[in-house]
Design a protein around this ligand. Structure first.
Ligand SMILES: [Zn+2]
Length: 78
């Protein structure tokens, strides 16, 4: 699991559609990757707000923004 893999599973993660094995891999990754942890936490908070308004959706735009954020921060050191 790397940052790109994590991102590709992001919507399934928040839809709780992931297998236990994938969930485990995501938890393992975020334990060692502060940026992805922040992204997950932030997205979770955002979704909670959306859920309150019943317009919950991990939109393509949000995914794109997260993708950009991860790529610029998380992968910049490589
Ligand atoms: Zn990461």
């Amino acid at each position: 699991m790397n940052c790109t893999d994590l991102l590709s599973h992001l919507s399934d993660y928040f839809d709780e559609q992931l297998s236990p094995r994938l969930l485990d891999e995501i938890r393992t990754h975020t334990a060692g990757c502060q940026h992805c942890k922040v992204v997950l936490d932030t997205t979770h908070q955002t979704i909670e707000v959306y859920k309150g308004n019943e317009i919950y959706e991990v939109s393509d735009e949000l995914r794109e923004r997260l993708h950009t954020a991860i790529m610029s921060k998380c992968l910049a050191k490589k």
